[in-house]
Write a protein that binds this ligand. Structure first.
Ligand code: TRP
Length: 460
């Protein structure tokens, strides 16, 4: 008998949806547009697309492939593979470094995702419906100047994440995600279609796609590279664990290409919608972290059924950030579990740490705005408050460094036969991956990493 429904949800798709759930989140809808605005538009966007292709994608394949080859959690997988290759067992510390990166990212991720909860309430109480852009922008400012509300949102969102991690029911959420992700796409498509009708659309397209090479600087290049890692969830061994459960016959390069396309699609739709509104309302592209939270509510207020649209959008955003934050938290708890901790204890300890750091990051928008924790190091550090540090160092330095080591391990340490089997798919795809990783991804990431360290210290 035929089971078309079962076939439609074959495990190949389940794998793709799980990785997409980790990839699509704040990185696409919130971080991508505001970084694009801060970095002057098109050049950043084009560099980001370039790095996705030549660095993000090959290293993503390497990372998932290592998990698949090691058939275990990141730490065990790395150890097993290093052992098999006769290499140093210290490679396993790559998973610990990844854990540190995930911890730092999760702290600000949870805090910012909490803002969606505040906007969910605003969608229901109608305080932003049919309001002027000034009032809507003001509402964001009010949230930022209210540390108590920000801490409340951060705490609630973190509890949502930890609840799922503590119960170990991630798969359930992934399934939910599978059904609701197409809705997020639909809503973003609708917003982008509306953007086409706004007076700022043409300017937004020029801003996003017409290269203005005067805007190139090291900061733009490095931000674009960090964003490629961040948005694909690559470089911290978080995707390695997903590889262990990959179906035997699935082609990894093909799956990775599908995820990357879905991921870029969300970012581009969000970018188009947001910048059309920016130029329609003479807002500043450089508004920073508030950009999405100001522009999209303006769009909702102009559209019919604004309550429903706004509520739907923030619910879907919340779901997207939820699956991403679970991907950030789960490897940390798993690592403690492997050391004999109970799931509950591991979740509690990680949760407390993330809560404290994220709460301090929330204060970066008000009482601690002028506190520069690493200012004594000089260079860029002198002007970064805690939020600035958390949103730049883990993504611009730690993820690329982790990714570089992952790629080197996959290409030069693990026996060729093992990695070949783990990548799966056609010989052409495999060879293309190997060449791109060895000749482009590794040298380019290494070079840019060096540059980024020099820029951070103000040498460049
Ligand atoms: N990719 C997610 C986003 O764009 C964030 C994320 C989830 C992540 N898991 C990760 C980033 C692991 C780095 C490493 O919102």
């Amino acid at each position: 008998m035929n089971h078309p429904v079962l076939e439609a949800w074959s495990s190949n798709r389940a794998f793709i949806f799980a990785v997409t759930g980790a990839a699509v989140g704040l990185g696409n809808i919130w971080r991508f547009p505001y970084l694009t605005g801060e970095n002057g538009g098109s050049v950043f966007l084009l560099l980001y697309l370039f790095f996705m292709l030549v660095i993000g994608l090959p290293i993503m394949i390497a990372e998932i492939g290592l998990g698949r080859a090691g058939r275990a959690g990141p730490m065990q997988a790395l150890m097993r593979l290093a052992q098999g290759a006769g290499a140093s067992l210290r490679w396993r510390y790559l998973a610990v470094f990844g854990g540190l990166t995930l911890f730092l990212i999760l702290s600000f991720y949870s805090m910012v995702s909490g803002w969606s909860l505040a906007y969910l309430v605003k969608s229901v109480d109608g305080s932003l419906a049919q309001q002027s852009p000034e009032v809507i922008a003001g509402a964001f400012g009010q949230l930022m100047s209210n540390p108590v509300l920000m801490l409340l949102c951060h705490t609630l969102f973190l509890l949502l994440t930890l609840g799922v991690v503590a119960a170990g029911v991630n798969q359930g959420l992934e399934r939910l995600n599978t059904y609701l992700m197409p809705l997020l796409y639909l809503l973003l498509l609708l917003l982008a279609a509306y953007a086409v009708t706004t007076p700022g659309f043409a300017e937004a397209m020029r801003y996003l796609f017409l290269p203005d090479f005067n805007a190139v600087s090291w900061k733009v290049v490095l931000d674009a590279m960090g964003q490629a890692f961040f948005t694909l969830a690559v470089g911290a061994c978080a995707l390695m664990a997903y590889g262990a459960y990959m179906p035997e016959d699935q082609s990894l390069p093909r799956a990775a290409v599908v995820v990357a396309l879905l991921d870029v699609g969300v970012a581009l739709l969000a970018g188009i919608a947001i910048f059309a509104l920016v130029f329609s309302h003479q807002l500043e592209p450089t508004s920073g972290p508030g950009l999405m939270f100001i522009t999209l509510p303006i769009a909702f207020s102009e559209l019919p059924f604004s309550h429903v649209l706004s509520l739907g959008f923030f619910l879907l955003l919340l779901l997207a950030t939820w699956t991403s934050s679970i991907n950030l938290a789960e490897p940390l708890v798993a690592m403690l579990k492997d050391r004999g901790w109970s799931r509950l204890r591991g979740t509690a300890v990680i949760g407390l740490g993330v809560w404290i750091l994220g709460s301090l990051a929330a204060l970066s928008f008000n009482v601690m705005a002028e506190v520069y924790p690493l200012g004594f190091l000089g260079g860029v550090f002198a002007e970064k408050n805690l939020f600035g540090l958390l949103t730049s160092i883990p993504t611009d330095i730690f993820l690329p460094l982790g990714g570089l080591l992952i790629a080197i391990f996959a290409v030069y340490i693990v026996p060729v036969a093992d990695i070949r089997a783990a990548i799966g798919g056609s010989e052409t795809f495999y060879l293309l991956w190997r060449r791109m990783t060895a000749k482009l991804a590794i040298p380019l990431t290494g070079l840019l990493l060096l540059t980024s360290v020099l820029t951070f210290w103000g040498v460049l």
